[in-house]
Design a protein around this ligand. Sequence first.
Ligand code: GP9
Ligand code: MN
Length: 414
Amino acid sequence: DGNELADLKEFTEGKKQETVSDMFGAAKGRNVIFVSLESTQSFVVNEKVNGQEITPFLNDFINSSYYFENFYHQTEQGKTSDSEFIVANSLYPLGRGAVFFTHADNKYYTLQHILRENSYYTAVFHANNASFWNRDVMYESLGIEKFFDVNSYEVHEGNSVGWGLKDKEFFEQSASLMKEMPQPFYSYFITLTNHFPFQLEEEDKLLKDYDSSSDILNRYLQTVRYQDEALKHFIESLKKEGLYENSVIILMGDHYAISENHNKAMAEFLGKDEITPFDTVQLQRVPFLIHMPGISDQNPHTYDQVAGQIDVKPTLLQLLGIQAKHSVQFGSSVFSENKADFTVLRNGSFITEHYISASNICYKKETGEPLESSEMCSVFEEKAQEELLASDKIIYGDLLRFYPSDRYSQLLTE
Ligand code: GP9
Ligand code: MN
C-alpha cells in the first residue's frame, strides 16, 4: 500500500540529487539531445585496429566534454528497452523478461513527466515499428509526448541496411524533424545500424577489416566506426540548424554487443590470455558523455567515478536545475560530491572503488585478481541485493500509483 512506498522512498532518499554540486542548474532551460548508441561498449573508445581509430569522432568529442569511463549498463533481457526504462525512471529493470512488456500499465514518474512539469516537450526518435518492445504502449506510461517512429521517416532499400534505416540517414532526417518541436525539448534518439549481426555495405566500411577469430567482433568494429561517422554528421547538422549552442548533448551506450561466446576473440583484442568473470564485468562498461557547448568545452574532463545508467535521471535533473522532490530514484548524480562509487548490475554483480564482485567471486579491481575470501565484498553484497529487491517491489507492486502529486496525475489523465 501507500506505506510501502513511503518506506521505499526513505530507502532511496539518501541518494537524492539535491546533494551538493556546483553543476546544479548548469544547463538550465537548455534543450536535451540524448543519443542512445546501439550496442556500444566502452572498449572501442580510444582504441585502434590496424592503426585506425575505431571511434575518431567520439575520441575527439571527449576532449570537449565530460566523459565517464567507468559507467556501466544495467540492462537484462529487455536490452534497449531496459536501458530506456532505467534512464527514464532511475529504477532497475527486471531480472527476467522485459518490463516494457510485463509492466507497461504501471504508473511511473519519469524524467519525461518531470520535464513536462517544467515546460519541456518530450519526444523519441527511432526508425523502427512503434510496437517493437511494446514502445507504443509503454511510451504512454512513461509520459513521452511524441514518438517519431518508422512512419516519420522515408525508408527504402537504398537507404537501409540490416535492421532498417541507416544511422546517417536517420540522423539527417531527424535533424529536419526536430525543427518542428517546441522548445525547450527533451529528445531521445535511438540508433540502429550497430545492431547484431552488424551488417554494413562495402561503401560504408571505413576500416580495414579486423581479422580476429570472431566474424561478429570483426563486423562489429565496422558498424561502430560507421555509427561514429553518422554521429559526427549529426552534430554538424545540429550546428547548421541552430540547435547546437543551446543544448546539452548526451551520448550513452545501451548495452553490451559482444557476448561471452566471443571471449576468445575479445581476449585477442584486449591482448589477454583469457576473459575472466572480472573482465566480463569490466566489459559491461558503455560510453557516457555529456557535452555542453560553452561549458564542457571550457573545462573538459574524464571522470573515473563508478556510475551506471541508474544515475542518468538524477544527473540530468541536476544539470537542468530541477529538484524533483517526489521522484523515487535509485541513482544519484554523477557530479554530486558524495556520490558513492558503487554500481550494481542487474545480475547482482557489482563494482565499488576497489572491488568487483562477479559470479560470487570478489576481485581486487586494481589487479583483476580474485581474493581468497569474499569478506571485502560481503558488506556491499547485501546492499546490492537490497537495491535490486527494493526496485523490484516498486515494479511488481505498482507502488508509484500512490504518488501524491496533483500535477502529475493531471499529466496522466490528459
Ligand atoms: C529495436 C532496437 C534494438 O527497435 O531498439 O533493440 P535491441 O534488440 O537492441 O534491444
Ligand atoms: Mn540495443
